[in-house]
Design a binder for this molecule. Structure first.
Ligand code: ATP
Ligand code: MG
Ligand code: FE
Length: 337
């Protein structure tokens, strides 16, 4: 089974060719980060223009790299939400055009389901499973009782974890997206500031990161006012320690209430080394739970993960017509067998 998959929900244009939902034959990712950096975040109008300029090149490159032609394909899969509507539309239009021209089934994929299925490139997903989904726009604990069913058991009440990394990065003078650089800085510092760990001990699976962000910003501004210079690495380390502590505590809390076979770590923030190491440690107390961390290169947005999720949809006869539309605030659905 060969699936041509598309991802264009934010600022990455990506096209992949995936075999049997678990083997990457090609994964072309064109990032627009440079065009958005001077604005400190993604500018939607700029993003959709870039997608439209590059998407046909991405398709051509993906097919070439995989060494396949349109005739070899079994289906086309595409992210249709959540994300920026103008960006999503470009991928949806391109996927529809290919599906129509080559008489291929069209599989609609939820971007967040895609992030979870990036773990499929490490090992088969076994159910029930729990996913810690941490990205630029989402921070969720998702329970998967079986394939193709998603239950959000907890989520952030304000900022997403990745968003907090990026906002704190701006204060430190680090370019968007700041997660990777803060992570590297954090490993050279110490947790000297002891920022708050919001909701850490509460009996639920929700998160909150806006208080941490404010505490961080206040600390930096106060130091500026009194002419004090703070150690950047210690600031980064203290911030990351707070985020990782809360993510780990809530995940452990969920593992105690939901006996699962696997814990899946996915989303852009899943690339965080502090978080990966911490979950390795925490999972020692759960010898029956396998930790599946999305491959580092597939934590951020990419079409390979959309192909992996698309294959599941394909098997479950999930299909879209040529009237498929982008849905910027799409929630987990997909259980239409
Ligand atoms: P969503 O998936 O919720 O729609 P998105 O697609 O914009 O949002 P992703 O591409 O999944 O988000 O992730 C990007 C985020 O991951 C950014 O906020 C970035 O700073 C963060 N990130 C990337 N690498 C790291 C890292 N090593 N540590 C922490 N955060 C990181
Ligand atoms: Mg991105
Ligand atoms: Fe994403």
């Amino acid at each position: 089974n060969l699936i041509l998959s598309f991802e264009s929900s934010c600022d990455e244009t990506s096209v992949a060719v995936i075999e049997n939902g678990c083997k990457v034959l090609a994964n072309i990712v064109a990032t627009q980060i440079k065009s958005h950096q001077r604005f400190g975040g993604v500018v939607p109008e700029v993003a959709s223009r870039h997608h439209i300029e590059i998407i046909t090149t991405c398709i051509k490159d993906a097919l070439e790299e995989a060494g396949v032609t349109y005739d070899d394909l079994d289906a086309v899969a595409v992210t249709y939400g959540p994300g920026l509507v103008g960006s999503l539309l470009i991928g949806v239009m391109a996927a529809k055009a290919v599906a129509f021209a080559h008489h291929l089934p069209l599989i609609p994929v939820n971007h967040m389901a895609g992030h979870i299925y990036a773990a499929r490139f490490v090992d088969e997903i076994k159910f029930p499973a729990l996913a810690l989904l941490v990205s630029g726009g989402h921070t969720e604990l998702v329970y998967l009782p079986r394939e193709n069913e998603f239950q959000i058991i907890g989520e952030t009440r304000d900022d997403a974890a990745g968003e907090a990394f990026d906002k704190v990065g701006r204060v430190l003078g680090i370019n968007y997206p700041a997660g990777k650089e803060i992570d590297e800085l954090a490993h050279q510092g110490k947790d000297t500031f002891h920022f708050p760990r919001a909701m850490e001990k509460e009996d639920n699976f929700d998160f909150s990161f806006s208080g941490l962000k404010s505490a961080f910003i206040n600390t930096v501004h106060h130091a500026e006012q009194v002419g004090e210079t703070l150690d950047k690495a210690d600031l980064a380390c203290s911030f990351e320690a707070s985020v990782v502590d809360v993510l780990a505590a809530k995940t452990v809390h969920a593992l105690k209430k939901f006996p699962v076979k696997q814990l899946i770590l996915a989303g852009g923030v899943a690339a965080n080394q502090g978080l990966r190491e911490r979950l390795d440690q925490e999972l020692k107390a759960f010898p029956d739970v396998q930790l599946l961390k999305a491959p580092l290169k597939l934590c951020g947005d990419n079409a390979a993960m959309i192909g992996a999720a698309g294959y599941v949809g394909y098997k479950h006869s999930v299909r879209a017509g040529l009237d498929l539309n982008a849905d910027p605030s799409l929630e987990f659905d997909w259980i239409n067998e």
